[in-house]
Write a protein that binds this ligand. Structure first.
Ligand code: NAD
Length: 478
């Protein structure tokens, strides 16, 4: 270990995606200019190059999009039999597959994630989500939600920047399968794949107004979720914004699901196969630059194997390739924005100040764009902010434990409850631990695995409601 081969660059072609210089809003099946003509730029975080100018939706645009979604719901999509809706969803899934290379490149350009991840993880899951929910559209009576479940109506959906197209699929596929129409707002730093998805809706001949895409920042999101003619709000993002949304909707009859932040424990017992556990730790925190709500950002390692695990972890981290997201050899890409980089730096500096010991992988970082080397903090205690707050970057905090009971107590000592990991060769210890962890998902001897048939969601400040599988239908049926 410790030595890496020099790889020749293996760049994916940027030319497979044809980006327009500017994009309007997608309302009622057409791209339209925003009523007040405002726009913003979206940049490639790896180079800071402007990729496109994107419209910023104001109140009049939100009104128009919600009205279009309402019309489509009343006149076309709501009354349409499930087996007909399924055809559109299957068609959408197939077009996503056909255009997956182009969509993966666009995602990596706008988000900064390595092409290996957008190509091999995000896009296959996006297609899988549409296939899965296409299969449910004509079987809702058998889903366990009563003999004649009905759609909720018009859904306002707001998503974050870490998995832009995947979060879109998690929102739109179940909503449409159940007969709802949607107005979706992508995050302001990653609007492009949602706009390409709008083109796919046109290509699939989806009836006008069933899907509407409004680009814009937090204010656009706020206008959308508080709009009086929205029946259901589905939000994925930070706990702070989730709290604001819950507060602003309290007392209304809107349905709400919130998928929020996390601070997952990845627990390594002393009998775990160390090399596999190290791969799982790396995947848990450095996948997608650590911009993952369920990232294994707190490593809880049994005290007697701490030194061995850390030594092998650092050796493995030294081999991670950080750089050009479009290079097929890249393991860790760019941080999504200057603001996110500032937050990662700030919390890491707090880790230093509070006395934890920082070690970063020795890697050359590009001169332009937003970058942060994979980093591990040892000597972290539960009182440290880096053990309590979500950093949402490639930064791992390491704590130790002696007994299974102590591992569980420390793992649960967090306001969040989204996910956790357990590494041991004993099945009984996996079950004992998993039963006691207050987390929506517990992975055993693996991490960050997603499947459209499997529900995903949180406890406590990680939110409420489940996405994925049969459970994911519940939020979109009444
Ligand atoms: P964010 O909360 O800042 O923004 C999320 C989205 O909400 C963006 O589209 C933003 O424009 C919009 N928004 C901002 N203010 C709003 C308001 N007042 N009303 C309505 N919408 C508003 O979060 P982020 O920085 O984009 O994403 C990172 C966060 O998302 C992390 O905390 C992460 O854990 C969480 N996340 C959770 C899941 C999950 O499934 N639980 C998945 C991915 C990300």
């Amino acid at each position: 270990m410790g030595k890496t081969f020099e790889y020749a660059p293996a760049p994916e072609s940027r030319n497979v995606v044809d980006l327009a210089s500017s994009y309007g809003l997608f309302v009622g099946g057409r791209f339209v200019d925003p009523a007040d003509g405002t726009s913003f730029k979206t940049v490639n975080p790896a180079t800071e190059e402007v990729l496109a100018e994107v419209a910023e939706a104001g109140q009049a645009d939100v009104d128009a999009a919600v009205a279009a979604a309402r019309r489509a719901y009343d006149e076309v999509w709501g009354p349409m039999p499930g087996r007909e809706r399924a055809k559109y969803l299957f068609r959408t899934a197939r077009i996503v597959q056909e255009r997956s290379r182009e969509l993966a490149v666009a995602e990596s350009l706008d988000n900064g994630k390595p092409i290996r991840e957008s190509r091999d993880v995000d896009l296959p899951l996006v297609a899988a989500w549409f296939f899965h929910y296409a299969g449910w559209a004509d079987k809702l009576e058998q889903a366990g939600y009563g003999p004649d479940p009905q759609p909720v109506g018009v859904a306002g959906q707001v998503i974050p920047w870490n998995f832009p197209l995947m979060m879109l699929a998690w929102k739109i596929a179940p909503a449409l399968a159940c007969g709802n129409t949607v107005v979706l707002k992508p995050a302001e730093t990653t609007p492009l794949t949602a706009l390409l998805f709008a083109e796919i809706c046109q290509q699939a001949d989806l009836p006008a107004g069933v899907v509407n895409i409004l680009t814009g920042a937090g204010e656009t999101g706020r206008r959308l979720v508080t709009h009086p003619d929205i029946d259901k709000v589905a939000f994925t993002g930070s706990t702070d914004v989730g709290r604001q949304i819950a507060r602003s909707l309290a007392g209304t009859d809107k349905r709400v699901t919130l998928e929020l932040g996390g601070k997952a424990a990845n627990i390594v017992f002393d009998d775990a196969p160390v090399d596999q556990a190290v791969e799982g730790i790396v995947d848990g925190i450095f996948f997608n630059q650590g911009h993952v709500c369920c990232a294994g950002s707190r490593l809880l390692v049994q005290e007697n194997v701490h030194d061995e695990v850390l030594e092998r972890l650092k050796a493995r981290m030294a081999t991670l390739r950080v750089g050009d997201p479009l290079d097929k050899n890249t393991d860790v890409g760019a941080i999504n924005s200057a603001a996110q980089l500032a937050r990662i730096r700030e919390l890491s500096a707090v880790g230093d100040a509070e006395g934890a010991e920082r070690w970063s992988a020795p890697c050359a970082l590009p001169d332009h764009g937003f970058w942060f080397a994979p980093t591990v903090f040892t000597g972290v205690t539960q009182a440290h902010r880096i053990a309590r707050e979500e950093i949402f970057g490639p930064v791992l905090s390491v704590l130790t434990f002696r007994t299974p009971a102590e591992a569980v107590a420390k793992a649960n000592n967090t306001p969040y409850g989204l996910s956790a990991g357990v590494w041991t060769e004993k099945g009984s210890l996996i079950l004992w631990t998993a039963e006691r962890l207050r987390a929506g998902v517990v992975w055993a001897n693996t991490f960050n695995k997603f499947d459209p048939a499997s529900p995903f969601g949180g406890y406590k400040e990680s939110g409420y409601g489940r996405e994925g599988g049969r459970h994911g239908l519940a939020g979109y049926l009444r």
